[in-house]
Design a protein around this ligand. Structure first.
Ligand code: ZN
Length: 441
């Protein structure tokens, strides 16, 4: 078993343990705590010291961790990814009867998913519940860790034209079956039992569906992986490993994982929120710096916005740009978009490309076909709150936003390596955002 395989193997195990954005944050936080990172709370005073390592969460679904160098530093160096994935959220009062024979769950779409692959496969429910405990309301994570739900297709005999294309109606077609008629009014009790509490204690819920199929290696030489939520947990996990490995950075090293990217990042904890700016400002002030120091530091900062990219599709090669055609297992994808959906420009591409070369990590480029709009991601959105030099990168994958996605088995380790080097390397601004890469190694 080589080191590439081992890295992707531990990525797949991390994803299995992380069926919701809340579990992602909990599991990332426990890796940070194991490495000695101290937990901070947003509503308490921060006493930070040079050489310290800390993390803070917002809403239990976004997380920022950082290392402060021993010596005065010139900027923040960040890698950002997202904790959420397209799924279905369980609505309040979710049970609905169907023909007095079934109990279904009422759900709504979260993010823009491919609908068809959610059918005919075991699903379950995970997320958080708010629990009354004396005079307190506390948060508990829950995962009904068994095959619980299915969304059945309509048989071909009843919809002969389905293979010519079908418009799924979320309210009609996509509500999962929870049980027979006996299952009515048992959902809350099941969630309570899973959490080891009484159902009367449940005051609120944020519960999501997830695909039960586990991650796997596949292909003639097991060169590919498949798993739920590779977008964006592949980038999140790999950049976290790079961050944990990069001790004693010269600039302040920051790891960011934001919720709500799939719905446009506009929330209290998303990349469009104040979370990043608040955190960077508080680091600055806790070290006794001024407002001008904060502006100086952000001007000297650099962000990698890490979110998965599209590999050329084997059956639809025509959908890729004629020249820039990412391939799985061929390293980090640098993403370009003239309309600034991606932040990459000549300067940030030059800086990141030189880091890849130094780390001996291959890199490739992605642009949309000029007649296709494409998506957006974290970098340009967080730049409206905290402006800094930024490059958009990702790992090549197929079936993006399916509940079971495909990627290369080598690419997680490539991203870990270049993230680690990025955090270790002082990127110094020389003039108007033009950077000098001061290699430490
Ligand atoms: Zn993504």
């Amino acid at each position: 078993m080589d080191e590439f395989y081992r890295e992707s193997e531990s990525l797949l195990r991390f994803i299995e343990k992380s069926p919701s954005c809340f579990h992602v944050v909990k599991n990332a936080a426990s890796q940070l705590a194991q490495k000695g990172f101290e937990r901070l709370w947003e509503n308490q005073k921060w006493d930070l010291r040079p050489g310290g390592a800390y993390y803070v969460t917002r809403n239990g679904s976004s997380l920022i961790a950082f290392r402060i160098p021993e010596q005065p530093f010139e900027g923040f160096q960040l890698v950002c990814s997202h904790t959420d994935s397209p799924t279905f959220k369980v609505k309040m009062n979710p049970e609905m009867e169907a023909d007095k024979k079934y109990t279904k769950l009422n759900v709504e779409k979260y993010g823009g998913m491919l609908c068809a692959p959610w059918f005919d496969r075991p699903l379950s429910v995970a997320g958080r519940i708010l629990v009354r405990s004396g005079n307190e309301i506390r948060q508990e994570l829950v995962n009904v860790d068994r095959d619980l739900l299915m969304i059945p297709n309509v048989a071909i005999h009843m919809n002969r034209t389905v293979n010519e294309g079908y418009a799924y109606n979320a309210q009609v077609d996509l509500c999962p079956v929870f049980g027979d008629e006996q299952a009515m009014n048992t959902f809350d009790a099941l969630i309570a039992e899973t959490a080891g509490i009484q159902k009367e204690q449940i005051l609120g819920t944020d519960l999501f569906l997830y695909n039960r199929q586990k991650g796997t290696f596949w292909g003639s030489a097991e060169e590919f992986i498949a798993s739920p939520r590779l977008d964006d947990l592949q980038c999140l996990y790999a950049s976290l490993q790079g961050f944990l490995a990069a001790e004693q950075p010269e600039n302040a090293a920051v790891f960011c994982a934001f919720d709500n990217e799939e719905t446009g990042s506009v929330s209290r904890q998303g990349a469009a929120s104040t979370f990043l700016q608040d955190t960077l400002k508080r680091i600055n002030y806790a070290l006794g710096n001024s407002e001008e120091d904060y502006l100086r530091l952000t001007a000297g900062s650099f962000m990698l916005s890490a979110d998965n990219a599209h590999a050329v599709h084997p059956n639809h090669q025509e959908m890729a740009d004629p020249v820039n055609r990412p391939q799985m297992n061929h390293g980090i994808v640098i993403k370009y978009n003239a309309n600034q959906k991606y932040t990459t420009d000549g300067v940030s591409a030059a800086v990141f490309g030189s880091l890849c070369k130094q780390a001996e990590v291959p890199f490739q480029t992605f642009t949309n076909r000029s007649d296709m709009a494409g998506g957006s991601t974290l970098g340009n959105i967080s730049n409206t709150q905290v402006s800094m030099r930024c490059v958009d990168i990702g790992l090549a994958q197929l079936a993006m936003h399916s509940p079971y996605e495909m990627a290369g088995g080598k690419d997680a380790l490539y991203l870990k390596r270049v993230s680690e080097l990025f955090y270790r390397t002082m990127l110094r601004v020389t003039e108007d955002g033009i950077a000098e890469v001061c290699a430490k190694y």
